[in-house]
Ligand binder design. Structure first.
Ligand SMILES: *[C@@H]1O[C@H](CO)[C@@H](O)[C@H](O)[C@H]1NC(C)=O
Length: 307
């Protein structure tokens, strides 16, 4: 572990990208992205450690998880710790002060709800690295971010499989923007050290999925926005490479819609001001994201391509 952390940190140190001027259109710097990634890794690291501090191996097996799962879980915990160490040294190497861990409130009460939240957090972490990748200017940092993304994705798969969900629920990963991820992360953060450098991120007004999950395509589904939406709005789903806006109706203070048939796996719902036909822009977002787990339909396998 230590060795791998150090050699990867050396790789990062070798990069001079942080001293290069960023493109004009670039709103965030590579250093911002590193601090953002470290913010998320701290959250995962504290989350996992609090889980294995509260629950023993026999608590997990009593809840239906195997001893193999518990062994894998310990590797996951160590991975997140390693990611924190790597990013901390990479940021310190630029002369900046790495963000420190915050105080968090994680709503799990038993091994099952812990693993369910682990699965969601890993999915969000994977989406964060995928969305962040396009903002990184240094190829070296991009390579390291890609390497962490692979590991977060393996963690996601492990958690999903052990929850009895389809692990490869979508042929494609889902990218989320900085503010979209921060909105989700902020819901677990109670306070951060005042000495932490401010990040160029903001949380959108909240949106909560109010129905049981997983749900399915074609099912009517409700969301609770943090306040009343304007008279015209859309419900926009982001899932894999698909972004699709559908109509929603206001029923009391809830927004009701139908899960589109192109959404599957851990997906993200927003209330938007527009019918989003290309990429979802921050300026489109009124509320969200809310996380929706959509069971994929049966796989469609075409042997015709073999002939
Ligand atoms: C959004 O725009 C697309 C493309 O023009 C259209 O097919 C779709 O019906 C629109 N959706 C809504 C909810 O208006």
């Amino acid at each position: 572990m230590k060795l791998s952390t150090r050699s990867a940190a050396t790789l990062l140190l070798a990069s001079t990208a942080l001293s290069h001027p960023v493109e004009k259109r670039q709103a965030v710097t590579d250093l911002d992205i590193l601090q953002y990634a470290l913010t998320l890794e701290h959250l995962e690291n504290v989350f996992y450690k609090s889980g294995i501090e509260q629950f023993t191996e026999s608590d997990f097996t009593a809840a239906g998880f195997s001893t193999q799962y518990f062994t894998n879980l310990l590797y996951v915990v160590a991975d997140e710790q390693d990611h924190v160490e790597l990013l901390t040294s990479a940021i310190a190497a630029t002369g900046a002060t790495p963000v420190a861990a915050c105080a968090y409130d994680f709503p799990f009460t038993d091994p099952m709800s812990f693993v369910a939240l682990a699965s969601v957090l890993e999915g969000v972490g994977t989406s964060a690295y995928l969305g962040g990748a396009g903002l990184i200017t240094s190829k070296t940092y991009l390579g390291v971010a890609g390497s962490i993304l692979v590991t977060e994705s393996i963690h996601t798969s492990l958690q999903r499989f052990n929850l009895g969900e389809i692990a490869p629920a979508n042929p494609y990963g889902t990218a989320l923007g900085l503010n979209e991820v921060y909105t989700l992360a902020a819901s677990f953060i109670t306070s951060c050290p005042a000495s932490n450098p401010a990040l160029p991120v903001k949380a959108f007004p909240g949106l909560t999925a109010t129905q049981g999950e997983p749900t399915s395509q074609g099912i009517s589904y409700t969301f609770q926005p943090a306040s009343a939406p304007p008279s015209t709005f859309f419900v926009t789903f982001v899932s894999g490479l698909t972004t699709v806006s559908v109509t929603g109706t206001l029923e009391g203070d809830m927004v009701s819609t139908v899960i589109p048939d192109t959404i599957q796996g851990q997906s993200y719902a927003f209330i938007t001001s527009q019918n989003v036909t290309g990429a979802l822009l921050d300026s489109d977002v009124l509320f969200g994201p809310a996380i929706v787990e959509v069971t994929p339909p049966s796989p469609r396998i075409d042997f015709g391509e073999e002939k």
